[in-house]
Design a protein around this ligand. Structure first.
Ligand code: K7E
Ligand code: CUA
Length: 665
């Protein structure tokens, strides 16, 4: 970087077009260097834009350039017909109605990660209606997450951060099928993995993983959820305590194995390159991870210098054995196994980690529902590399595990599956989804486009795509959601921050082809989703008090009262029902630590109450039969009306009592 580049005045004078040209030039350089040269702009699919005749890349470029007003005008003229721009021949099959009538239920639960919002969203599929939000890494007032003692402690002990960047939701499995017990999700920002209890749709554990930065890949071990795995993407010195800070050669990326019940880290493996996204086979042996920057650079030019990167296949039972045999170094209390290429555990024919060469900077790994293949999307290469999982054990040369490499289009990022042998790959640069035949791709020459059956335009620039139950051994092959990063002109403008655009595509009719059926604006920024048949889950409608017995009390009406427990501490117990608290008022002394416990004693479905204490930053959200607690110091003498936040009855507004704080005198 030259000095003048650091000068803000000079930067400000660059036009949006110039900035975009620079990006485009950089991207083109990176694309030109991959083994399979990309299709040239102009070879791309033509959109039906009459005289404009833009190809996909030009179109994306036009829309991406900030403030490129003429190009944007072109976009909006095109907006309404965008959905019809499929390149497939069909598209008018008998698509079942994705709308769900009033009062009816969806067929699937969808769980969406929410990126840097830090939460998980529950979406009904196919209606795409948002049913609920589950706060995970983010304090959230409506559900009291981070506003009562228990959830405060959870966030505190989970690292004390106030936000997270959730990317990859995973459902627990038994025998390769979703069992409806738990959802696991990573926080890329702070290197954490959390668990959501699917009886209560509530976060019940957050683990701040040692020795890592940016846990990006996250998956459960199929078929029985014996482990939860996480990949740290950013390489750092290990331990990252000030040593080797200027010595990037010593930085390493780490694969982590956690116990899904205790949520404790069991062991880690350090490797070369930046680990990225991962998936497991269906037999509990291999965890397969994409990786980039095997050059181990710290700047983008260095990271994309070489032609190859190495997918890492972790042989889990072998690593487990190395740990059992004491073949590790303990770092911050965690056994860390050396999985670098030079490790003695990786010499010979029986390595703990196999390094499989792929075109540089691949993005993702997704294993087919039958467990035969792992697909590695090329990102900078227009191909998907197909790894034959059986060959991971038998191939002498790791390169021989790659048994197919169809050319699917520009910027392949993620792949999902139906139940009929097809793969669907999102194409970030082309803004399309490519549907292709898996076995044909294995038979075809590498680099062939023949296995590609059909492409459909999406709007715009898709990241993850996911079909119903495609991550399990039981894919459904009816609905596909495409999580597009940009919505641009698809919705009413709402200021410069745009919603994402999740699109629903029907894939159940191979003869008619893929059919785009819905746009759904989404608050930033889900990365991934996972969908499960609704009857696989059995959520509670009221709390079962035995689920929190021993952790906190259940306060009945008779038990409502106040007790002084020390010179400067009181315990206040309150039952809660329509439309009153078990105490009409209570009095404490200035400076008292107040431990407030409240139980919603109603057993009626959907009758929630809140308990908000003004000026003390307290909000308890109380589902039926639930108990919540808050501890605070009553520093300011005065009268404080504590009140109910859920509109629970005709006397909701009257549902309030007084906390009186007497001056200590
Ligand atoms: Cu491709 Cu974090 Cu799964 Cu985003 S990652 S797109
Ligand atoms: Cu209880 Cu409003």
């Amino acid at each position: 970087m030259s000095d003048s580049d650091n000068c803000a005045d000079v930067d400000e004078m660059k036009s949006p077009d110039e900035i975009f040209e620079e990006y485009e030039a950089k991207l083109n350089d990176a694309l030109a260097e991959v083994e399979e040269p990309p299709e040239k702009p102009g070879d791309g699919i033509r959109l039906g834009l009459g005289d404009l005749s833009l190809d996909r890349r030009d179109f994306m470029k036009a829309g991406a350039a900030v403030g490129a007003t003429t190009a944007l005008a072109g976009c909006s003229g095109f907006g309404g017909s965008g959905g019809q721009g499929t390149t497939s021949s069909g598209g008018h099959g008998s698509v079942p109605d994705h709308k769900v009538a009033p009062g009816e239920h969806d067929e699937y639960y969808g769980f969406w990660s929410a990126g840097h919002s830090g939460e998980v969203r529950v979406v009904g599929v196919p209606s795409m209606r948002e049913l609920m939000r589950i706060p995970v890494f983010n304090p959230e007032s409506a559900r009291g997450h981070g506003f009562d003692d228990q959830s405060k402690r959870l966030l505190e002990e989970g690292g004390g951060y106030t936000w997270g960047d959730s990317h990859h939701p995973n459902l627990s499995e038994t025998d390769g099928e979703y069992d409806g017990e738990y959802l696991f999700i990573n926080d890329k920002a702070n290197g954490r993995i959390a668990r959501v209890n699917l009886k209560y749709f509530e976060t019940d554990a957050i683990t701040d993983v040692p020795n890592v930065q940016a846990i990006h890949g996250c998956c459960i071990q199929s078929p029985d959820t014996d482990y939860v795995f996480g990949n740290s993407e950013f390489r750092t010195p290990i331990p990252n305590d000030g040593r080797d800070v200027k010595n990037p050669d010593e930085y390493e990326s780490v694969f982590t194995a956690m116990d899904p019940e205790s949520m404790e880290v069991q062991w880690q493996v350090r490797v070369d390159g930046n680990l990225d996204i991962l998936d497991t086979d269906k037999d509990g042996r291999w965890a397969i991870s994409s990786a980039y920057n095997d050059e181990e650079g710290v700047e983008v030019e260095e990271m994309t210098h070489d032609d190859r990167d190495y997918v890492k296949a972790f042989d889990v039972p072998k690593i487990q054995k190395a740990v059992d045999n004491g073949n590790y170094e303990e770092v911050n209390g965690i056994p860390v196994v050396d999985g670098t290429q030079d490790s003695k555990l990786n010499q010979g024919s029986d390595p703990i980690v196999r390094y499989i060469p792929t075109p540089k900077s691949p993005h993702c790994v997704e294993v087919t529902p039958d467990g035969k293949y792992a697909m590695v999307a090329g990102k900078l290469s227009p191909t998907v590399s197909i790894i034959d999982i059986e060959k991971l054990d038998t191939a002498d040369d790791p390169a021989d595990t790659i048994v197919g490499q169809p050319k699917v289009g520009l910027g392949p990022l993620h792949t999902t599956y139906d139940d009929r042998g097809h793969a669907y790959t999102s194409l970030f640069i082309d803004s399309q989804v490519a549907k292709w035949d898996i076995e044909k791709a294995v038979e075809a020459e590498k680099g062939s486009t023949d296995p590609v059956i059909e492409k459909i335009d999406v709007h715009y620039n898709p990241g993850h795509i996911q079909a119903t139950q495609a991550m399990s051994a039981d894919p459904q092959g009816d609905w596909l959601v495409v999580l597009n990063k940009l919505s641009k002109d698809r919705f009413l403008p709402v200021g410069p921050v745009h919603p994402d655009n999740d699109q629903l595509i029907y894939i159940g009719d191979d003869a008619a082809g893929m059919e785009l059926v819905a746009d759904e604006p989404v608050y930033p920024e889900p990365h991934d989703a996972i969908m499960v048949e609704a009857d696989k889950l059995d959520p509670a409608t009221v709390w079962d008090e035995s689920d929190y017995e021993g952790e906190k009390p259940y306060i009945s009406e008779d038990e409502s009262g106040i007790e002084r427990t020390g010179e400067k501490s009181v315990e206040v117990n309150v039952s809660v029902k329509r439309s009153e608290y078990g105490l009409r008022d209570f009095t404490v002394k200035e400076g008292d630590e107040v431990k407030l416990t409240a139980t919603n004693i109603e057993g009626s479905r959907d009758i929630l109450h809140g308990l908000a204490v003004p000026q003390y930053d307290v909000h308890l959200a109380l589902a039926p039969k639930d108990t919540r607690q808050a501890t605070f110091t009553a520093d300011d003498p005065g009268v404080y009306w504590f009140y109910c936040t859920y509109f629970c009855s005709a006397l909701h507004l009257e549902m309030r009592s007084r906390m009186i704080v007497e001056p200590r005198g």
